[in-house]
Design a protein around this ligand. Structure first.
Ligand code: PRX
Length: 623
């Protein structure tokens, strides 16, 4: 996007959904509370976050809530001592939560395991002691190349408990990528599994680790701990490898939580890298814990009877913040599923919802678009009446998919929360709450304590209805606390593109009500005859055609117009790819968006290229 310009906005979604009266009555945070919280945060940001921090346990309280003396390297809760795992486990052991389910896990073949808070506490302590026996100490790094297993959660917590820094590498990555990460992170220990189940197949994971470690420099991964999951034969190097079960067998179920400075690192996680190389973000114990705890409880309006299911992989930030840390900090029950959402058939997700009585389901637009291809037949076969809140994150949520989730899954009774945030932000930043007035396709308004805006390249707010760059003006506690590699360069990228503001890399517009509409990544903006248009709007328009399941749009060069759009489309089940449909889709775009968006061609595809976290890879399509 050319910097001085703003974006054109062509799509005008007018539908509005008001909260049901009962939701307003039951809400822990009602609209008045929300207004008061916003006012407090506007007047005194630190007071707002200090109040949030008071809800958690600290070994020593802070001298300062936010230290800006070295901005943009902000430091939160300086002087404080804490441990996020103490807050996620120990403090629940002292309450009725002790015997409550912390984790419900379901394997793809249908096996299931459950842990109460007390059981999880003991398992974490055992493994923490096991890690110590392998020589892991405070500040050491541990790579988790793990599928979705209870041991993944246990390993994350065990590392954090003893002050080690965990770094998850997504289990769908190959040995080559794993090796790259290992060389960058230099872990003392790698934790993995023999294999896992995915779409009816066994994926052999340990083999990938062996390949990745074949030629790494000395000192990387002195030990490899292997969880026994899929019963596949693996080669064990007796000097380096050990089985998880053997390691913990004789360990005591007690291990003290290491006393950490609030800004000591908790984990390293790479951004997903739809545009540009993934960057290693560091999050720390104190600020991250406060931001994730507050946003989890408020956004999902947590109740003591909730069963929370976040379908994201723990290898991504959504899994870190809202599958593992958020739910456990809040003392709720978190659900984890190992496998593929369409295995053995397209009702698996709905089966899990009904089987465990899930009350809050947090997923991604990609997941919803995948499931809606099959219509309402599968949801209709299951009792989804326990659901009370639905949420999504990760990409623009087109109104058609939003409405499908609202009507077919939520039966018009559950608010759909479209939450905007990033690996960098650590916590949800812009999102409705269950008491908000919803507009399908909008992430609504920034949460209290988040000063987000849409600006031009010089940092001036753009008028309502015009698109621009999404920025955050003031710091927030769960912001990344450090980065791997050249810190100055990375800080410059985020804080100096628009001086003094955090540049999120997304384009968005605000409407007359101050609602935010995400229009896509700034690097993907289309420029057709001088009109700048976010990809999300064109994709939304395409996906609003009843035959389309999912759509991606990229800009392709054009001699006259500079750029024109090219669409890639997957169709709903049973729809035929015909020339007529091709023509009809082009007309549909014209009707929806006007004559500005010139679509040169539309290609029908079986699948769209995506990153392993489900984001569309436009760069691959452009090439
Ligand atoms: O482009 C935005 C998109 O996902 C990016 C962040 O990706 P990642 O760091 O992998 O974290 C994803 C999960 C937190 C953002 O810059 N994105 C995220 N949420 C939304 C979104 N785009 C539109 N609407 C959202 N709700």
């Amino acid at each position: 996007m050319d910097h001085k310009e703003t974006l054109d906005s062509l799509l005008h979604e007018m539908r509005v959904f008001r909260p049901l009266p009962q939701m307003l009555i039951d809400a822990g945070v009602n609209p008045q509370d929300l207004r008061a919280a916003r006012e407090l945060a506007d007047i005194d940001l630190c007071a707002y976050w200090e109040e949030a921090a008071e809800e958690l346990d600290w070994f020593t309280k802070w001298d300062k809530v936010c230290d800006s003396s070295d901005a943009p390297h902000f430091r939160w809760f300086t002087g404080a001592r804490c441990n996020i795992v103490y807050n996620a486990l120990d403090r629940h052991i002292e309450t009725v939560n002790k015997n409550r389910l912390a984790l419900i896990w379901e394997g793809e073949p249908g096996d299931s395991r459950q842990y109460t808070y007390y059981e999880l506490y003991r398992a974490v302590n055992r493994f923490a002691n096991g890690l110590k026996r392998l020589g892991v100490t405070k500040g050491d790094r541990v790579v988790l190349y793990m599928p979705q297993l209870p041991e993944t959660v246990i390993s994350m917590l065990a590392c954090a408990r003893i002050g080690a820094v965990h770094s998850l590498v997504f289990s769908g990555f190959s040995a080559r990528l794993l090796r790259e990460r290992l060389c960058e992170i230099k872990p003392r220990v790698v934790i993995t599994a023999d294999g896992f189940y995915r779409n009816g197949q066994v994926i052999r994971l340990k083999e990938e680790v062996d390949r990745a470690l074949l030629s790494t420099p000395d000192g990387i991964a002195e030990s490899v701990v292997v969880v026994h999951r899929a019963n596949v034969e693996v080669e064990m190097d007796s000097a380096r490898d050990c089985w998880y079960a053997d390691l913990v067998r004789h360990e005591r179920p007690h291990a003290p939580a290491e006393i950490m400075a609030a800004d000591d690192p908790l984990f390293i996680l790479h951004t997903s890298g739809t545009t540009g190389k993934p960057k290693g973000m560091v999050h720390s114990h104190g600020g991250y814990m406060v931001g994730v705890h507050r946003t989890f409880k408020w956004v999902f309006d947590l109740k003591p009877t909730d069963i929370f299911w976040c379908s994201a992989d723990p290898g991504w930030i959504t899994g870190h913040s809202y599958l593992v840390y958020g739910p456990l900090l809040a003392g709720t029950t978190t659900v984890m599923y190992e496998g593929h959402s369409l295995y053995p058939q397209a009702d698996r997700m709905w089966n899990i919802v009904s089987k465990y009585g899930v009350t809050i389901f947090y997923t991604s637009p990609t997941q919803i678009r995948t499931l809606m291809r099959f219509g309402h037949r599968y949801p209709d076969q299951h009792d989804l009446s326990t659901l009370r809140i639905l949420g999504a994150v990760g990409e623009p949520f087109n109104p058609e998919a939003w409405l499908w989730l609202y009507e077919i899954i939520g039966k018009g009774q559950c608010p759909v929360l479209d939450t905007w945030w990033q690996t960098e932000t650590g916590m949800i930043m812009i999102s409705p709450m269950p008491v908000s007035v919803l507009k399908p396709g909008s992430v609504t308004r920034p949460l209290p304590g988040v000063d987000a805006d849409v600006v031009d390249s010089e940092g001036n707010p753009v008028p309502a209805g015009k698109g621009g760059f999404l920025v955050i003006r003031k710091p927030w506690p769960a912001m990344f606390s450090d980065v791997l590699g050249d810190r100055a360069e990375v800080m410059d990228h985020y804080w100096n593109r628009i001086p003094g503001m955090f540049y999120a890399g997304d384009v968005a517009r605000k409407d007359e009500d101050g609602y935010f509409w995400i229009q896509g990544r700034a690097d993907d903006v289309l420029n057709i005859s001088g009109h700048r248009i976010g990809t999300a709007e064109v994709e939304s328009a395409l996906a609003s055609h009843p035959h389309v399941a999912e759509a991606v749009v990229v800009g392709v060069p054009d001699k006259i117009k500079g750029q024109v759009a090219k669409g890639y489309v997957t169709l709903k089940h049973g729809v035929e790819r015909t020339d007529d449909l091709h023509r009809e889709l082009k007309e549909h775009i014209r009707r929806e968006l006007g004559p500005i968006v010139v679509v040169r061609a539309i290609e029908f595809c079986d699948d769209l290229p995506k990153t392993s976290s489900g984001k569309i890879l436009r760069t691959a399509l452009k090439e």
